[in-house]
Design a protein around this ligand. Structure first.
Ligand code: AMP
Ligand code: MG
Length: 403
């Protein structure tokens, strides 16, 4: 079977999504971590009026330099009266500029005298924050599908909103498979066993996208039980994610069960780690069959399933940033697949170097946990020490905003 480039697989997968979740209102307190269901526009100007950026004196620049009587005091939150001719108004940060004033002189630049304050020349507009300088009426604040972050809910609050329409979070079922897997906390390993790690990393990746996890636990390598669990998961969740059992081994029953109880597409993705990937449907619910090796399942989730889930959630994604970084290692033999290499970053600026965090085997989680990012090496590409590499930061691979 020919290898499918990642971009081709993504294009096919994403094109199949034609619905978004139900919409609900949530209070602004509960909106961070949710996906906006509609574009949100401001009806107001922010700031609502010209105001002072500093503590000082509101003045008319035409009067300066001069010694001026202080005709009023304007703390933040009070309503000023028009500035009397040839006077200054004592003003504080955030207070409204009185009509007639066109600049603020810093208090540090003013000299207190018995008859008033001595003020130097001032530039028109200095230290004044203009009405609408942040937000204009009608301005779009967030686009439809935007994942709302703390700074976004702050922005929405700044125009007086206290509730927003968001998409209901998807429920994503996680199901691992393998007779060898023991759950952490269920006792010590006996010969042949390893602890189930994918169940935890996948659930955490899903939650990091603001979605709900339906934990189906681990299934032994028995076709009927795997098939039944797939159907139960499909009945309750918007999407089912399995790990393991999608290669061609005799004990790999997930793909067979997706096929016999629904429909299946099997891809050999041209990426390393993470070659086999099943995508299909059981009882009308989409199913991703990710590979079992812990780094492969993490990586195929981050590079493929995550994008699908965010689009299905109604979210919008941006291309992840890629930083040009000097390589601290060599790749002498060109590969046939696009390779995602776990690296840590040392140094700063143009002297930043990417070094391997350890073994790049698809079963080695410690080098993934150590990594600051992944270096992307194209098929057929070799790398010499000191070459420029493209590195995607780890935060981008986990982020609900970039794909
Ligand atoms: P499989 O795709 O089921 O053949 O699994 C490939 C490799 O990944 C085997 O070494 C498995 O033991 C390992 N593996 C599969 N699932 C998990 C899991 N949930 N946690 C840790 N390792 C796993
Ligand atoms: Mg297995």
């Amino acid at each position: 079977m020919a290898l499918t480039p990642l971009s081709d697989a993504l294009a096919t997968l994403l094109a199949q999504i034609d619905s978004t979740p139900q919409i609900e209102w949530v209070s602004l307190e509960a909106a961070s971590g949710r996906y906006a269901a509609e574009a949100i526009h401001s009806t107001l100007s922010v700031p609502p009026a010209d105001n002072s950026a500093m503590d000082g004196y509101a003045v008319r620049t035409g009067d300066l330099p001069a010694v001026l009587r202080v005709s009023q005091r304007i703390p933040a939150g009070s309503a000023p009266t028009a500035l009397e001719p040839a006077t200054a108004a004592r003003i504080f940060t955030g207070a409204e500029i009185p009509d007639g004033a066109d600049a603020v002189v810093l208090q540090e630049d003013a000299e207190q005298l018995d008859e008033g304050v001595r003020l130097p020349e001032a530039r028109e507009g200095q230290h004044i924050r203009r009405r609408g300088g942040d937000i204009q009426p009608g301005q779009q604040l967030v686009a439809a599908g935007r994942y709302l972050r703390p700074q976004d809910v702050g922005l929405l609050a700044s125009v007086g909103l206290d509730a927003v329409q968001v998409f209901q979070p998807l429920t994503v079922a996680v199901l691992t498979t393998g007779d060898e897997l023991r759950e952490p906390g269920s006792g010590d390993l006996v010969s042949g066993e390893i602890y189930n790690s994918n169940r935890f990393s996948l659930a955490a990746q899903i939650r990091a996208l603001g979605m709900n996890v339906l934990d189906m636990g681990n299934l032994p390598d028995q076709p009927e039980r795997i098939g039944d669990a797939l159907e139960r998961a499909a009945a309750e969740a918007d999407c089912v994610i399995t790990a393991g059992g999608v290669s061609v081994g005799e004990e790999d029953h997930v793909r067979g069960q997706i096929e016999s109880r629904g429909t299946l597409n099997l891809w050999k993705l041209a990426i390393k780690p993470g070659k086999p990937l099943a995508f299909g449907e059981v009882c009308g619910t989409p199913v991703f069959g990710l590979p079992g090796n812990p780094v492969s399942s993490w990586m195929t989730f981050a590079l493929v399933a995550k994008l699908w889930l965010i689009k299905r959630q109604g979210g919008v994604v941006f291309a992840p940033p890629r930083f040009a970084v000097r390589s601290g290692f060599a790749v002498a033999r060109p590969g046939t697949r696009e390779e995602f290499i776990r690296v840590s970053l040392e140094g700063s600026g143009t002297a930043m170097r990417a070094t391997l965090t350890g073994s790049q085997s698809s079963g080695v989680l410690s080098s993934l946990s150590e990594a600051d990012g992944v270096a992307v090496i194209g098929p057929g590409q070799t790398v010499a020490e000191g070459d420029w590499l493209d590195v995607i930061p780890m935060s981008a691979l986990l982020s609900p905003e970039v794909a």
